[in-house]
Design a protein around this ligand. Structure first.
Ligand code: 13P
Ligand code: 13P
Ligand code: MG
Ligand code: MG
Ligand code: MG
Length: 376
């Protein structure tokens, strides 16, 4: 049976700052999806990661379907009403358009979707991150789909040895999408040359070259491209099909033990390590650290199993300790150097006002010795 998996995610308000949504808000979103989805959807799950709500849906209307996106938009609007009534922080933060038009791309919410013919067994993982941006998935995807040091399946499974096609988007480009298709392993160094710049080049999808099947769909929206100013972080989601012609579940989880530095901590302006956390975890230290959750499912005829919380296993406690140490190490240097994002990312924040104000106070020093300053 051909089905579509759609995950749409938005921050529509949270308790105590940018920490986590309220139960009433989450329940409202769930209620609307269950009620309105009765005709449109086969199944759905609503979860949260930090202050972001993710709606996972299975259906047969394909990618970018207006009815599916509109339903999610309406659920986010209803959740925003609850957020307002409870005085939650940042109510409706990611709903950047006044009215729904066609589909939610470019309207604020993150979207990852794919349509495929269900395999007899169809395992997949939904990853959702908070306090970071879509480039956060570049490193784990490169490792899992292109690096045999991480993924022994690239050596041990002939289907994987044929490699994967990476579709990479230039997220700095405004207007129509600017994308490139590159093949691993032949284009490995070209893929690396792009993915090393995660604020600009982001993996949009990955495809098996053996079967032509899609393995990965990831969200690519950068909110500052939509709003033109700082409106919170992009907080990406992605769907990864696993096993058989794709990496094993453990091969896609392994790279998250790195706790790699990602953009987006505190006010969307800092590099901080990405911490894998259990489902429905909030944020804390320094409005973070940036977190990622993973929910593993199987789907059959569109019906989802219960999720398995992949980062709840005791193994990840030790990773979390190491990531916490990394986070505190980075914070020791405050705003200096690599701790804070470069100016081209900060230009969407208020710092430009301060710098503009200083601009007119700069002067060009005349040639010759500087006269001694008068004592005040
Ligand atoms: P099982 O025998 O537990 O299915 O092992 C499969 C495997 O090797 C996964 O990496
Ligand atoms: P989000 O609201 O996008 O999670 O991020 C806000 C922020 O940067 C808090 O410091
Ligand atoms: Mg928020
Ligand atoms: Mg968030
Ligand atoms: Mg956000």
């Amino acid at each position: 049976m051909e089905i579509t998996l759609s995950v749409l995610k938005a921050d529509i308000g949270s308790i105590g700052g940018h920490i986590q949504p309220s139960t009433a808000l989450t329940e409202k979103v769930r209620e609307i999806i269950q009620h309105k989805g009765r005709k449109q959807l086969i199944d759905s799950r609503v979860s949260w990661t930090g202050d972001d709500i993710a709606i996972l849906m299975t259906h047969q209307q394909g990618v970018g379907a207006t009815a599916i996106h509109e339903m999610a938009w309406e659920a986010f609007l209803a959740g925003t009403e609850v957020a307002r009534s409870e005085g939650l922080y940042g109510a409706g933060q990611d709903l950047l358009a006044d009215a729904f038009s066609g589909n939610v791309r470019g309207m604020g919410p993150g979207v990852a979707e794919m349509t495929f013919q269900e395999r007899d067994a169809e395992p997949f993982v939904l990853f959702a991150a908070d306090k970071t941006d879509p480039g956060a998935f570049n490193l784990p995807l490169y490792r899992a789909f292109a690096d045999p040091m991480n993924t022994p399946g690239l050596l041990l499974s002939p289907a994987l040895t044929e490699g994967f096609r990476f579709v990479i988007m230039d997220v700095a480009h405004t207007g129509k999408d600017r994308v490139i298709e590159l093949e691993a392993p032949e284009d490995l160094y070209r893929i690396a040359a792009l993915l090393r710049d995660p604020e600009r080049y982001v993996v949009e999808s990955i495809w098996s070259r053996h079967s032509g099947q899609q393995a990965v769909a990831a969200s690519t929206s950068r909110l500052h491209n939509i709003a033109g100013k700082y409106t919170g972080k992009d907080d990406p989601v992605m769907l990864v099909r696993v096993q058989k012609d794709f990496p094993a579940t453990g091969e896609i989880l392994a790279p998250f033990s790195t706790g790699h530095f990602v953009a987006g901590g505190m006010r969307g302006s800092h590099n901080m390590p990405l911490m894998p956390v259990p489902l429905n975890a909030g944020t804390s230290y320094f409005d973070g650290p940036p977190i990622v959750t993973g929910a593993a499912f199987c789907v059959h005829e569109g019906k989802l199993t219960d999720p398995v919380d992949v980062f709840a296993h005791p193994f990840w406690d030790r990773v979390r300790d190491q990531v916490a140490d990394k986070a505190m190490d980075m914070r020791r240097q405050g705003f200096f150097g690599a701790a804070m994002l470069p100016m081209d990312e900060l230009e969407y924040t208020g710092i430009t006002t301060t710098l503009d104000g200083l601009d007119e106070r700069f002067r060009i020093r005349p040639d010759g010795p500087e006269p001694l300053r008068q004592a005040l």
